[in-house]
Design a protein around this ligand. Structure first.
Ligand SMILES: C[S@@+](CC[C@H](N)C(=O)[O-])C[C@H]1O[C@@H](n2cnc3c(N)ncnc32)[C@H](O)[C@@H]1O
Length: 215
């Protein structure tokens, strides 16, 4: 990602970090994704996992109790600071945070049983390159779990589209990208559906997929 796009994302999410968890729509979405991951992936108490684009950890903090360790990564130090406070208050000592942007930095040396990400892929310009990087960071037969919007008309973010690189994704195309990156056993299902009321009063529905795959 260009340095300016990276800074745009960082500044935008730093600015809204403190109020992120106040939005019930976001909380419901994250709960739906966390439940879908827990249903689809046989989480193990000895697993090390990485969450990419964790934000304030709405998904990761829900899954962390089922894991041995969670490295929660995000480009925004502000989002991570909120997560650190929550993790400390909840006694999640095995949850660690790291400022990381895999679009411009080398991946960490650690290898993981699980990498998961929710609502972050639409901020990534080159998704094909990132899923290749995820593959290299997983242990053999490790799990990848990606949640994001199905293809939409741009109304999901509306005028608030800073840093939005994709208007959702086609599930079949993303699974093909994963297979090209070396993943197998790709499977897509709907994790949650977001309902948003438009300016004209109409309620739009935005399905959120969860795609799982094995390295
Ligand atoms: C829509 S928020 C989702 C946050 C969280 N996953 C949730 O469900 O509440 C997108 C997150 O991706 C992060 N992000 C955007 N671009 C990123 C990048 N290149 N690398 C890492 N994180 C990124 C943002 O800082 C933000 O926290």
């Amino acid at each position: 990602m260009s340095i300016s796009a990276q800074h745009q994302n960082r500044e935008r999410f730093d600015a809204i970090a403190a109020g992120w968890d106040d939005n019930p729509t976001r909380r419901a979405l994250a709960t739906g994704v966390a439940e879908a991951i827990a249903a689809a992936v046989p989480l193990q108490a000895d697993w090390q996992a990485l969450e990419y684009g964790c934000g304030t950890g709405l998904v990761g903090a829900a899954l962390a109790p089922k894991l041995a360790g969670l490295l929660a990564c995000d480009v925004s130090p502000g989002m991570l600071a909120v997560l650190e406070q929550k993790a400390h208050a909840a006694g999640l000592d095995h949850l660690h945070t790291r400022v990381l942007d895999l679009t411009s930095e080398v991946p960490p040396a650690e290898r993981f049983e699980l990498i998961f990400s929710s609502m972050t892929m639409h901020h990534i310009p080159d998704v094909t390159a990132l899923v290749r990087t995820f593959h290299s960071m997983l242990k053999p037969r490790g799990w990848l779990a990606l949640a994001d919007l199905d293809t939409e008309d741009g109304s999901f973010h509306g005028g608030d589209a800073v840093g939005v690189m994709h208007q959702g994704f086609d599930r079949a195309a993303l699974q093909a990208d994963l297979r090209a990156a070396g993943f197998s056993e790709t499977h897509a299902r709907t994790a949650h559906t977001v309902a948003k009321t438009a300016a004209d009063g109409r309620v739009n529905h935005y399905p959120v997929f969860l795609i799982t795959a094995r390295a």
